[in-house]
Design a protein. Structure first.
Length: 666
């Protein structure tokens, strides 16, 4: 007969593969920051909040590993793999396989030694908890709000050796198992530009198969409903803080800093009312991204290591204290590493459009100036983790050959700036007969991106080709000295009066050409009164010549075009009397080219002409002409114009007071 005798009763508990990162610590980003429910964004972190899956761009593949630094002799352990996919624009799914998410406890009993062979036999109980599989689905209902659900498979296994004493010792292995699918639901809401909120309901549903019964019932893990609330606040474009709290009386506070160069530095503190001290763990982390790859590392540190070094008192083991397989009283200090790759549509959006403001409608007459003068502005934000150069583009189909790009602006991560929008129109815009509304598109692109990162659809008012905004600065765009109809008209008149012009003094050539053109112009056109308003209808010179009539603006624009076509510079005089704006009107100045010291050759009365600088910066004699009295001929138009200048500028000081404005038309 083989005889056995008691040798030793172990009073310690050995934890094998003991402390793991579990589903919610699969991501070193979460480990380093602590509070991550409102920032979850990929297949690594959907265990923290499944709603974060909607931030996946296309295919998302990750791998993670960890090293327990406070357990002697431990090495790197494969944490697992994760795979996520975005589909139908607003939906995403993901799966995690994490064999490293397990806790194994060895609870030793008695050890027997054979008196004949000296071979020891041990009685021990093995307790294994794991959550190796997690699945998730999320949907974005808007750019600001998304919901997600995740399910994780939890297994609880007990393996026990029992002894029967008959004629010999008989060892019998007994095993009990429990499997449960557990569902969590999460939400993420971007409440404002700087604030993001989150909510996660834990353990909302449990579908269970099998159970730990009898003497093993004490090894069941607790199943408690809880609600976790989170908030993240973007203090600056490079600094973000976050806070998570739970009805389980636990939570975390963290901060993330992005100094540039695609680097992120993280730190966090974990707290729990059931732990001692209350702030029981610290997290530190760093991340770096390059193109479609992202590398992250984190260190989780526990000041109190009384139960976190791989062995402990048997009396201290309490399955009821394990509320989470990843963070519990037996979790040890860890270094975790992960790498993530984005495949498929790997191009990262670097910039987004926050808002668009257009200054007003498009006037075809002044459309050429919009290539240099902004028509509005777009507020652009850097949504990447690195500095970018962003450009905004504006486009209206049919009336533009291609989108017109703005000058680039430099943006730090998270920074926003306003970008001026310009537009280069084609000739079709001058064929718009009446005011209409068109769809305009604003794009934003950023280096090193080749395609646009975002776009914004807006509506813009496109005025008819003869509409005018009432600003004398834009009236000059109706002046068309190179119009074939204008050139033909002036050449025919000057050719008809060539003899009289050649007979006059060469110094007075410009003056005489203007007199001849005006008198010929006056004999064929009729002035039609039309008081100037804030917006008006202006004829192009060719239309005025064809219709043989027009109002003040039409006549002034047409005569200016005639003079400019023969090399005579002109200027508009815009008068808006402060006491009565209904008396607003426009008349014309033209440059005679005569030196002021020879002004007497123009008129013996110096009040009938003006001395001002021309386009070359040289002072010359200018003549005021009131086109509304065109029917009375050049001399009356000159006299009336001179009187108006004297009353408005000399007496009324309109130029000094700002209610008279001169706009050169060279």
């Amino acid at each position: 007969m083989i005889q056995y005798r008691w040798i030793l009763l172990h009073l310690s508990i050995c934890m094998i593969g003991s402390v793991t990162y579990g589903q919610s610590l699969f991501s070193p980003q979460r480990t380093g920051t602590g509070a991550y429910a409102s920032q979850a964004s990929d297949s690594r972190s959907f265990g923290v909040n499944p709603a974060g899956l909607t931030k996946i761009r296309d295919w998302d593949i990750s791998s993670a590993t960890y090293l327990s630094t406070s357990i002697e002799g431990s090495g790197f352990v494969l944490q697992g793999f994760s795979l996520g996919k975005r589909f139908l624009q607003d939906n995403a799914i993901a799966v995690q396989y994490s064999p490293g998410t397990s806790l194994e406890f060895v609870l030793p009993g008695a050890t027997f030694v054979s008196s004949q062979t000296g071979t020891p036999s041990s009685i021990e109980t093995r307790v294994i908890y794991d959550e190796q599989f997690t699945f998730g689905y999320a949907r974005a209902f808007s750019d600001e709000f998304s919901l997600g659900v995740s399910g994780r498979l939890r297994r609880e296994r007990i393996s026990d050796t029992q002894v029967q004493l008959t004629d010999s010792l008989v060892f019998t292995e007994i095993e009990q198992r429990s499997l449960a699918w557990i569902a969590d639901v999460g939400a993420i809401w971007k409440a404002s530009k700087s604030v993001t909120l989150s909510a996660v309901g834990r353990n909302l549903v449990r579908a269970k198969s099998g159970d730990l019964a009898g003497e093993f019932a004490s090894f069941r893990l607790p199943f408690e409903l809880s609600l976790e609330m989170g908030i993240a606040y973007q203090f600056t474009p490079t600094v973000r803080t976050a806070l998570d709290v739970s009805t389980a009386k636990s939570g975390a506070l963290g901060i993330e800093w992005k100094p540039g160069f695609s680097i992120a530095v993280r730190s966090g503190v974990y707290f729990n009312e059931a732990e001692s001290p209350f702030a029981y763990a610290l997290g530190f982390g760093v991340g770096w991204s390059y193109m479609f790859l992202e590398f992250d590392a984190a260190y989780l540190f526990f000041p109190d290591k009384s139960t976190r070094e791989g062995t402990g008192s048997l009396a201290s083991f309490d399955a009821g204290s394990i509320k989470s397989i990843d963070l519990n009283p037996y979790t040890a200090d860890r270094i975790s590493l992960s790498v993530k790759a984005v495949l498929g549509n790997v191009r990262e959006s670097l910039a987004s459009i926050e808002s668009v403001e257009l200054a007003g409608g498009i006037y075809p007459s002044s459309s050429a100036a919009l290539a240099y003068r902004p028509i509005g502005k777009a507020r652009v934000k850097n949504i990447s983790s690195r500095p970018i150069q962003a450009k905004a583009s504006f486009f209206i189909e049919k009336y533009m050959d291609a989108p017109t790009e703005s000058q680039p602006v430099y943006l730090q991560p998270g920074e926003s700036q306003e970008v001026a929008l310009t537009a280069i129109f084609n000739e079709l815009v001058r064929g718009v007969q009446k005011m209409t509304v068109k769809e305009g598109t604003v794009y934003v692109s950023a280096q090193p991106a080749d395609d646009y990162d975002d776009r914004y659809q807006t509506r813009i008012l496109l005025y008819g080709k003869n509409d005018w905004d009432g600003d004398v600065l834009t009236l000059r765009y109706f002046v068309t000295p190179d119009d074939p109809a204008v050139i033909r008209y002036t050449r025919d008149i000057l050719l008809e009066h060539r003899d009289s012009i050649d007979a006059a003094s060469r110094d007075l050539a410009a003056f005489n050409k203007a007199r001849v053109l005006f008198n010929a112009f006056a004999g064929k056109l009729v002035y039609v009164s039309d008081p100037k308003q804030s917006a008006d209808y202006v004829q192009y010179p060719s239309e005025t010549l064809q219709l043989r009539g027009g109002d003040c603006d039409d006549m002034t624009v047409c005569f200016s075009s005639l003079l400019n076509s023969v090399g005579v510079s002109t200027a508009f005089v815009d008068v808006i009397p402060p006491e009565d704006s209904t008396r607003s009107h426009i008349y014309l100045l033209f440059d005679t080219g005569v030196d002021p010291k020879f002004g007497g050759t123009i008129s013996s009365n110096p009040k009938r002409y003006i001395t001002r600088k021309n386009s070359k910066g040289v002072e010359t004699v200018w003549i005021p002409v009131e086109t509304t009295v065109i029917a009375r001929g050049f001399d009356d138009a000159w006299t009336t114009g001179a009187q108006e200048w004297f009353d408005d500028v000399e007496i009324g000081l309109g130029l000094l007071k700002g209610w008279v404005q001169i706009v050169d038309v060279y």
